[in-house]
Design a protein around this ligand. Structure first.
Ligand SMILES: Nc1nc2c(ncn2[C@@H]2O[C@H](COP(=O)(O)OP(=O)(O)OP(=O)(O)O)[C@@H](O)[C@H]2O)c(=O)[nH]1
Ligand SMILES: [Mg+2]
Ligand SMILES: [Zn+2]
Length: 292
């Protein structure tokens, strides 16, 4: 039986697993050096379960490497669940970087604050989340442990492909276990020494949701690095900057220190949140390290 539209659940260097039309899972092979499928790709397999072709991708999720190049890790993602928790304490920059990623790749971001059972601290970056809500981003506090707010999370993920991203130990795999009861993926003990779980996730993997769609578990990151992004594009990824772009005196304005900058004026007028502009300046300085 030939499979013209199989879904890659996990992809290694020359083989992977895919979900085929009849709902069963098959192993498939592909040539190293050829087109490399990503988790989430829709592919055609021949009768011997070899990769024939990869269907066009709607979106690609990935991260920057040390040289500022984009490295893809998953395909056809609808939503990015940016998971943070009171422990390990996140930085606003981490959240901002994921939001930039999502905006640039037209993936819908949702900020999920897990471990709500521990109490959400009333200090940054948690208090900065309100500014994000005002910008129209969805934020939701949940607990994989006490099942708090899992029903709204179910509603948000139903029928969609949602990737769980965030630092190691925030509870991405635990959320997956809570939403897909029979999975029993090993989750980690948070170790004080490394902040990493003992059963830390090492591979990006798709799991079919019982109520339609997929949930994607991904390895935790210490830092989520972006890649070389033209300044204009980066500015557009800040949705609160958009109404003011194109109105600065200098066409190549970096909205940092320039006179007659429409973004800085909006900041002074209270139209842009200070924490957002500070995050912008930090990303700008970091971008200077990459040759474009
Ligand atoms: N109190 C509390 N602890 C949680 C919750 N969710 C997860 N944990 C704990 O947090 C630790 C890490 O959980 P994981 O699910 O392995 O975290 P992860 O994000 O998948 O980590 P990596 O795979 O390393 O990226 C475990 O000890 C979990 O029991 C929660 O809602 N509340
Ligand atoms: Mg995990
Ligand atoms: Zn400007």
């Amino acid at each position: 039986m030939s499979n013209t539209d199989a879904r890659v659940l996990v992809a290694h260097s020359d083989h992977g697993s895919a979900l085929v039309a009849d709902g069963s899972m098959v192993s498939f092979n592909f040539r190293k050096g050829g087109d490399r499928p990503l988790a989430g790709d829709r592919i055609e397999l021949d009768d011997d379960h070899r990769l024939v072709s990869i269907h066009p991708r709607t979106t690609v999720f990935g991260r920057g490497d040390h040289a500022g190049r984009f490295r893809p890790t998953a395909a056809n993602i609808d939503q990015l669940l940016i998971v943070v928790a009171p422990e390990p304490l996140p930085s606003l920059d981490l959240i901002t970087r994921y939001l930039v990623m999502a905006e640039l790749h037209q993936i819908t971001p949702i900020v999920v604050v897990n471990k709500a059972d521990l109490g959400v601290p009333q200090r940054p970056p948690f208090t900065d989340l309100e500014a994000l809500t005002k910008l129209g981003y969805t934020t939701l506090a949940v607990s994989a442990k006490s099942d708090e707010n899992l029903a709204p999370l179910q509603a948000l993920t139903a029928g969609k492909v949602s990737l769980l991203a965030g630092q190691s130990g925030v509870g991405k795999s635990s959320i997956l276990n809570a939403l897909i009861p029979d999975t029993e993926i090993l989750t980690g003990q948070l170790s004080n020494a490394t902040g990493k779980g003992k059963h830390t996730t090492t591979t990006t993997r798709f799991y079919p949701l019982p109520y339609g769609g997929f949930l994607v578990d991904s390895p935790g990151v210490w830092e989520y690095g972006l890649w070389a992004i033209p300044t204009e594009e980066l500015a557009h990824a800040f949705r609160d900057f958009r109404p003011f772009l194109g109105q600065c005196r200098f066409r190549d304005c970096t909205h940092d220190h320039e006179p007659h900058c429409a973004v800085i004026k909006a900041l002074k007028d209270g139209m842009i949140d200070e924490s957002r502009h500070e995050a912008w300046r930090r990303l700008l300085r970091e971008q200077a390290r990459y040759s474009k």
